[in-house]
Design a binder for this molecule. Structure first.
Ligand SMILES: C[S@@+](CC[C@H](N)C(=O)[O-])C[C@H]1O[C@@H](n2cnc3c(N)ncnc32)[C@H](O)[C@@H]1O
Length: 390
């Protein structure tokens, strides 16, 4: 059994753990914020990278040992059979070190020692004097916690929230992995109508579309493991084919998204078309066919929106899930205050709909005046946000 570590937004560990369990990975556990451990067979890295919706990155754990000084660190690093993972043209980088409550605390020194241990080992095994310093990098990360060193090999490359369909930028886009976590938190299901009234570049709506049609989130991108020696193209193709074969098309999905900015709506439409194109092409490639539903995008000030703007609702109630502006710049403060104050009136237009908002503005709750049934802190990147739900 190989051991893996998945990273996610701080606050999203439980949701990621549930996702891992549903995909039948073993030994799922989390004790450190933003990290979930799991184990699986040697090829689990194909499935986890391709299918997990809420993980930002997957690592293979190559070593776990105690190190109280640099000699022990070097020895532990040199024991790992790096030659089983790297090709001779691999450019090895120790890209990040984190030390917590440990005797070894200089992150720069730890980085240098581990890099030296890797180079020494590879030069010895391959009988060469130096290693490649060009080409596709393979990234190693070191976490030292209470003197125990985890040596981790990055299997993802670009973070997994980069699904591969996004080419235009928007105002403060949400991470796709966070959008996926919020959809799970709101218990979004295919048959439920979903509406995002501050859709920006479309992240929440597109993420919901991929989920509703069971599209593997990583289908349109490259992964770091494809450059490693452990990569077997035929095995990966089998996992990919099975995942693509699971895409369901021609089903009824009602997703609505609006914004008062016409450029944002155009960007969101563009991204959604690309996401559909990638999924439909992947289906064609394995001999299947079918279309994903179209998201209903429109331009509107949220405060004037009501269910009459949402075609084919047939009287059904659904979920409002949205990411209102933060207004963290001083100049925007008054504008967002006005927006937040109008949110209760907007929600009155949608009686009995469930609602959830992710927002990085600490005054959000107070200025909406709403009594949320739950507030869950979520840290995405450097931004401290919270998810407010009714
Ligand atoms: C934080 S961004 C949303 C980002 C989005 N979740 C994404 O991933 O791209 C907030 C959005 O609210 C929109 N907005 C601001 N005021 C609005 C209003 N009164 N009505 C509707 N949309 C508004 C902005 O144009 C912006 O696109």
């Amino acid at each position: 059994m190989a051991k893996f570590l998945a990273l996610c937004a701080i606050g999203g560990e439980k949701i990621l753990a549930n996702e891992l369990k549903k995909l039948n990975f073993n030994d799922v556990a989390f004790s450190t914020v933003g990290q979930v451990e799991f184990s699986g067979d040697d090829t689990s890295f194909y499935k986890s990278n391709l299918l997990l919706r809420t993980a930002d990155r997957i690592f293979l754990r190559l070593g776990y040992f105690k190190a109280l000084d640099f000699d022990e660190l070097f020895e532990g690093g040199a024991k790992i059979n790096w030659q089983d993972f790297f090709r001779k043209n691999t450019y090895v980088v120790v890209d990040k070190v984190r030390c917590n409550k440990s005797r070894l605390h200089s992150e720069v020194s730890v980085q240098k020692i581990v890099h030296k241990a890797i180079c020494d080992k590879l030069c010895r095994v391959w009988k060469v004097f130096s290693l490649s310093e060009r080409g596709e990098p393979a990234k190693v990360r070191i976490y030292i916690d209470k003197n125990f060193v985890s040596v981790l090999l990055d299997l993802s490359g670009d973070p997994l929230y980069k699904r591969g369909y996004r080419s235009l930028s928007g105002e403060a886009p949400l991470r796709e992995t966070v959008a996926a976590a919020l959809l799970q938190k709101m218990l979004y299901r295919r048959k439920t109508p979903l509406y995002d009234p501050f859709c920006g570049s479309g992240t929440i709506a597109i993420e919901a579309l991929l989920y509703a049609h069971n599209v593997p989130p990583g289908i349109g991108r490259h992964f770091a493991f494809e450059n490693l020696k452990i990569f077997n193209e035929a095995d990966f193709e089998k996992v990919r084919e099975a995942a693509v074969g699971g895409i369901s098309t021609n089903c009824r999905v009602r997703i609505y998204a609006s914004d008062n900015n016409s450029e944002a709506v155009a960007t969101a439409k563009f991204h959604s078309k690309r996401a559909c194109f990638v999924a439909e092409n992947a289906l064609k490639y394995i001999g299947g066919e079918g279309k994903l539903s179209a998201i209903n995008f429109f331009e509107k000030d949220f405060s004037a929106a009501s269910p009459t703007d949402l075609p084919e609702l047939d009287g059904d109630e659904g979920i409002i899930l949205s990411n209102p502006p933060y207004g963290l710049r001083l100049s925007d403060e008054d504008g967002v205050k006005e927006i937040y104050e109008k949110i209760p009136g907007f929600l009155d237009n949608f009686p009995r709909w469930k609602a959830g908002f992710i927002c990085a503005n600490p005054d959000f709750e107070e200025e909406t005046g709403l009594e949320f049934s739950g507030i869950q802190p979520l840290k995405c990147g450097n931004l401290d946000s919270a998810f407010f739900f009714l």
